[in-house]
Design a protein around this ligand. Sequence first.
Ligand code: LLP
Length: 428
Amino acid sequence: MHHFTYRDGRLHAEDVDVTTLADAVGTPFYCYSTATLERHYNLFAKAVGAPKSRVFFAMKANSNLAVLQTLARLGAGADTVSEGEIRKAMAAGIPADAIVFSGVGKADQELAHAVDVGLHQVNIETEGELHALSRIAAAKGRRQDAVFRINPDIGAGGHAKITTGSDANKFGISLSEAERLYTVAANLPGIRMMGLAVHIGSQIRVLDELQAAFTRLRALTERLGGQGHRVERLDLGGGLGIPYEMEEAVDHGPDLIHAYAEMVTRTFAGLDVELAFEPGRLIVGNAGILVTRALTLNPRAAKTILVVDAAMNDLIRPAMYDAFHDIWPVVAPAQGAGTQLYDVVGPICESGDTFATGRTLPEAQPGDLVALMTAGAYGAVMSSTYNSRLLVPEVMVRGAEWAVVRPRPSFEDLIGLDRVPAWLAPRS
Ligand code: LLP
């Protein structure tokens, strides 16, 4: 469920008319709803039993400081994957002991930063990283709390590019290596092994694979315990999916969250461990939209190409994962107004710059505003300046209030990032 609804035929973000925002900020822009963020966070946190269990928001999904602070106020920690994310989380007021550092490859400098600031946990993915972290922490006279990210050889997710749990994927330590490495780790000076982590993919809507992976994690936990190892924490990753097709089931979210929480409780019943979760998409996905304006129409025999002012550099999910995003008119069509078959595309010089193919939508005219729905997760964070387009601004709404939480940069900002070498300078 989200808080983007029509009032008197005009799309509102909570109590704010989206057209007002478009007039004030210009298009395209991202718009986030505080009430939606809060609803999803609270729903998930309650279902999984926080604060007894811990919730680390996977900030790769959306790392705007305003989003992070909104969640931090509710008690969220952060799951980070780079020094930049660690620094951003801390800038948003999330304390180091509520930050987890995940990721397939971590530079020595990033590990040193993690140790220096005293992160809650580093999720180690390779034997090499284990030794690097121990060496770096020991040299500082410290021991870093860590867990092993296990590859359970069970993948899941909405697309091959976001499946992470199979042996063919680059992620985590093989189950067959886990016991040997846990023993190695237990004897290293700079590490305090706390447990295990798993994350098998993203946009998961069916729980079977997750349950199978968790069952393997439990069995490993018990084997390690039997060998006298300390396994106090299990980090169950993120991955729960959300409905992208609005017609589908408006309130499907709570059902899936509760089924998930119940499955987790069942799978780990009787085990004396602290559970942790790293949801990303589930928290922010439905809390954001990308608002764009129709530029022009290009009629073809079978359909009309609708060119809008947002492009794949602003929201890359359709181009990258063939992802579906619902498209809503910002001004609802009049009763009985016609529909048409559209390809909705951006202005970038690539055929992949297409948001929707063969979509039936209300008839649109140049100048009309449309919203790409469910764009709060992996939207703004994956944007780029391809085609020398400016990064899209972000707006946050709270009730009747709104604020620009990231302004649109200027063309001077864009051009000023580059430097021209001396040999190209005009000779005097
Ligand atoms: N934990 C780890 C270790 C992860 O790698 C991820 C996501 C998460 C948590 C959060 O997963 P979520 O709850 O959001 O599914 N850009 C893609 C999604 C990439 C997901 C990467 N890892 C997309 O737009 O669909």
